[in-house]
Design a protein around this ligand. Sequence first.
Ligand code: A4P
Ligand code: MG
Length: 182
Amino acid sequence: MTRAVVALGANLGDREATLLAAARDLAAAEGVELVAVSPLLDTVAVRVEGEDPDAPRYLNGVALAETTLSPHALLDLLQAVEARHGRVRGARWGDRTLDIDLILYGGRVVKDERLTVPHPRAHERDFVLSPWLALDPSAVLMGHGRVEDLLRRIGDTTRPLGGAESSGAPPSTGRAEGGEPA
Ligand code: A4P
Ligand code: MG
């Protein structure tokens, strides 16, 4: 068995339902044991040009799995689950109902035309690091160091699902716009 770290994201459709269904699909797959799924976090869309506050926001999470599948067989599975949930491959980093990336596969380094592991951009993405850290406070991203340190360096702009603006802020008191009632 090899420990794999998988990142899930969605910014179209019922994001929460899709991510939970995808996690169930992974748990049910031959050769995969789902160990844990992180809290789902609401995140600003990152486009090729940078963060886009006008794009539909993402819901992101991370899952830990134990697998007997090879890295490429696991990628096949992740892509089959994406397809089952209506993923259409359009623009790079474009809007999608479901994206599943393989972040880590044990201590293996893979670099070919289909697969790069560790994921080459995970270290600079709070939407990967933050849910991963929530799941595993001692997580280490091979080649980059402790997830906690990486996240502190880039800053965490993620929000809890259905929560307040940022962690720690009290929910809105619902102050009336038009002044106090008479
Ligand atoms: N591929 C290579 N390595 C991997 C890997 N480790 N895991 C190949 C998964 N796939 C890998 O991916 C393109 C090709 O990458 C695949 O065919 C596979 O063989 P894709 O999913 O078709 O396209 P993509 O996801 O648009 O491209 P890319 O470059 O993988 O994008 P990223 O880096 O995954 O970024 N903003 C927020 N807030 N949250 C997000 O989740 N995700 C993206 C996608 C952009 N912005 C985001 C989010
Ligand atoms: Mg992808």
